[in-house]
Design a protein around this ligand. Structure first.
Ligand SMILES: Nc1ncnc2c1ncn2[C@@H]1O[C@H](COP(=O)(O)OP(=O)(O)OP(=O)(O)O)[C@@H](O)[C@H]1O
Ligand SMILES: [Mg+2]
Length: 670
């Protein structure tokens, strides 16, 4: 087994073998000999100097946070609307009749440094929404204020010290753990560090997170707990001061749950503020949290230390029954199982999060003013001197993303291998169906059908492939872009460049097969014209697919892609010739890229003063003279360069539109 600590810096330098106890150890250790994957725990993390934040921990205060969403077409919900999930029902107090719904009702709170904070509450209480707001991920429909060390939050600066790990692990499944980490390090660590220094940071993090011996496992093959830990590891590379995690324990068994929570606890105690949402933790898991923030229907029921929850409930006259997990009990209360009035009562008691008396040392909590004095602006000036946008330059981001793109493309069975196979198979099928049709005067119409079928293939397969695969890429893009790994521009350039060689190769293979099998004129210039138009059609179709994939989900995209392609076919000049199009619909032929594709292919095959065709398979060949045929289909043979120009404009316009739509989407999801 070849394990990978070394792979980070040199794939050949270290070979690993399992020792007698089954633990993996290096057989030739590098200078910074990695210890075997240590179990998760505070001990290991404390020893890790590289990961201790180099800035003072921050104190977060949020005040009167509201979040309102538009209900879209479901403008009015029935007044008795209930949220019913996880067996508990809560009257949705946030429903408004003017087409908007309020999810968070002016909640307040304080997130103290070096604490692991749990946001708890029944399903639909607004936990994820609060986390979205606090992390700065959600910006539309949000009211209230967030203060960092006593000063209003500046989102750009805040994002530099925080990260948000969403519930679904958005990882590059085709890359191994080590590759994922190395690419993240290349994007997030200063470029002046060499690969050995970056490797050290990675080894350090992976060892502490118990992922070291999975370095060579692809992210798609990791277990749920390992995926969650990898998500955390990737963000730890930039050493954030504040980490937001949405349901890091959901879907994990109890031991993985406590592993993840223990890890978060250790990271918090190193000097970070870690905020997680959790669903009904077990008593032992609950005890691992330092602090709890309980939400019910968008209001705060309790805020304070884990240990103070039971005394709080006791004082409120709602004592937690003996042998009852306090976490379960507060959720039951928040669900309204003991009466809806209890929610209102506890919200009032906790002053919707204003009451800090249940904190560990309430009298020691500094005021906003004291915090401002503690962190004067002159100190902040030094700390804020880093890059305003992403950590590394655009050129570095682009080159790292191109490297990642090619690595993925090499392993991607759909985007690369299947695409090539489909091109070969469809090429052979079309070639055999229209075998030797290209030179025969009696089969010109057949050949014309073949050219249209080729266009259909070049339109549908790249477009559908993009529509089906891009939405899953999109979720990773949203996460990585939000966490400042790279800019959208770098990402867009990289996907464009990475896909180009694959498109060229697939299109070339297809063109050679079809062209030769169907006996089109053996002339290099004609073949190159044929190939150029085919490739342009692929690029336009792909850009069209990208526009749809950037905006719509797979279901809507799968419907819209082919549906929007129908007018393109209608106006291509096939079936109804351009001459026969009604004048009021003629504009359609200008916006149909298939029209230029078809005209270009006909120009390549029948243009350039093509001589008279053979007439071996029939007594009379009506279209023996290419000019007769060109007149019949109302296409000019000498429009090739205009067609190329039109298709170039299409590629440029659609690619730009797809970029702008992506940019809009990245904002709209927030
Ligand atoms: N865009 C939206 N439009 C309408 N309602 C929304 C929207 N986003 C969230 N909600 C509603 O807001 C409420 C809170 O959602 P949120 O995802 O924050 O709950 P949660 O506490 O995280 O629940 P869970 O534990 O199930 O993840 C839910 O009732 C949800 O349906
Ligand atoms: Mg949630």
């Amino acid at each position: 087994m070849m394990l990978a600590g070394a792979q980070i810096v040199d794939e050949q330098s270290v070979a690993y073998r399992p020792d007698m106890s089954g633990t993996v150890r290096p057989s030739a250790s590098p200078s910074h000999a990695p210890t075997p994957a240590s179990p998760l725990g505070t001990q290991g993390l404390r020893q890790t100097v590289a990961k201790i934040p180099n800035r003072d921990p921050v104190d977060i205060h949020f005040s009167n946070i509201t979040c309102t969403v538009s209900l879209g077409i479901n403008k009015v919900l029935p007044p008795h609307y209930l949220i019913e999930q996880s067996g508990c029902s809560v009257k949705n107090r946030g429903v408004k009749t003017e087409g908007q719904k309020q999810i968070l009702h002016g909640v307040h709170g304080r997130l103290r440094p070096r604490q692991l904070i749990a946001i708890m509450g029944p399903s639909g209480a607004g936990k994820s929404t609060l986390l979205d707001v606090l992390s700065g991920y959600r910006i539309s429909g949000v009211g209230g204020a967030v203060f960092i060390n006593g000063r209003g939050r500046v989102l750009k600066k805040f994002k530099r010290m925080s990260c948000y790990i969403q519930q679904d692990d958005r990882l590059q499944g085709l890359l191994t753990v080590g590759e994922n980490m190395m690419l993240a390090a290349d994007l997030k660590l200063p470029t002046k560090l060499d690969k050995y220094e970056k490797g050290e940071v990675i080894e350090d993090i992976l060892t502490n997170l118990g992922l070291y011996e999975h370095m060579n496992t692809s992210a798609a093959q990791l277990s749920g707990g390992q995926r969650k830990r990898l998500s955390i590891a990737l963000e730890l590379i930039s050493n954030p001061l504040i980490m937001f995690l949405d349901e890091p324990t959901t879907g994990l068994d109890s031991s993985s749950c406590s592993n993840v929570v223990e890890l978060c606890r250790s990271l918090a105690h190193q000097g970070r503020t870690i905020v997680c949402t959790v669903h009904q933790p077990s008593a032992s898991l609950f005890a691992l949290f330092d602090h709890v923030y309980v939400l019910a229907a968008g209001s705060c029921l309790y805020q304070g230390t884990t240990a103070n929850l039971v005394p709080y409930l006791h004082q409120a006259g709602l004592p937690c029954p003996m042998y009852h997990n306090p976490a379960d009990y507060i959720i039951e209360l928040a669900c309204g199982e003991y009466g809806e009035d209890k929610i209102e009562y506890l919200t009032n008691k906790a002053e919707n999060g204003r009451d800090l008396s249940w904190f560990e040392e309430p009298e020691g909590i500094p005021s906003m003013e004291a915090l401002r004095k503690q962190y004067p602006l002159s100190v902040l000036k030094e700390q804020d001197s880093g890059p305003a946008g992403e950590e590394t330059s655009q050129s570095n981001q682009t080159s790292v993303l191109i490297k990642r793109g090619f690595k993925k493309a090499k392993r991607d069975s759909t985007m690369t291998h299947l695409r090539l196979v489909v091109n070969v198979v469809v090429g052979i099928m079309l070639g055999s169906l229209f075998i030797k049709a290209g030179n025969e005067g009696s089969r010109v119409i057949e050949n014309y059908n073949l050219l249209f079928a080729i266009l259909m293939h070049h339109m549908m397969s790249p477009m559908m492939l993009t529509i089906l695969t891009f939405p899953s890429e999109m979720s990773i893009l949203i996460k990585e872009h939000f966490n400042r790994w790279y800019s959208l521009g770098s990402y867009y350039i990289s996907i464009t460049l990475v896909d180009l060689p694959i498109s060229i190769v697939s299109c070339l293979v297809f063109s050679i097969i079809v062209y030769t099998m169907s006996s089109q004129p053996l002339d290099v210039v004609r073949f190159l014209m044929f190939f150029a138009i085919s490739l342009y059609t692929v690029l336009v179709a792909q850009s069209f697919g990208l526009m749809i994939g950037a905006v719509f989900n797979v279901v809507n995209g799968t419907f819209l892609g082919p549906a929007l392609s129908v007018p393109m076919m209608m106006f291509a000049g096939f079936g109804v010739t351009l001459r026969d199009l009604p004048p009021y619909l003629y504009w359609g032929s200008y916006v149909s890229y298939l029209r230029y594709g078809l005209e270009g292919l006909i120009g390549a095959i029948y243009g350039l003063e093509r001589p008279t065709l053979d007439c071996n398979q029939a007594k009379y060949c009506h279209y023996r003279y290419p000019r007769t045929f060109l007149k019949e289909v109302a296409m000019s043979p000498d429009m090739f360069w205009w067609d190329v120009l039109a298709l170039t404009v299409f590629v440029f316009v659609l690619r730009t539109a797809a970029f702008l739509l992506l940019k809009w989407k990245l904002k709209a999801v927030r």
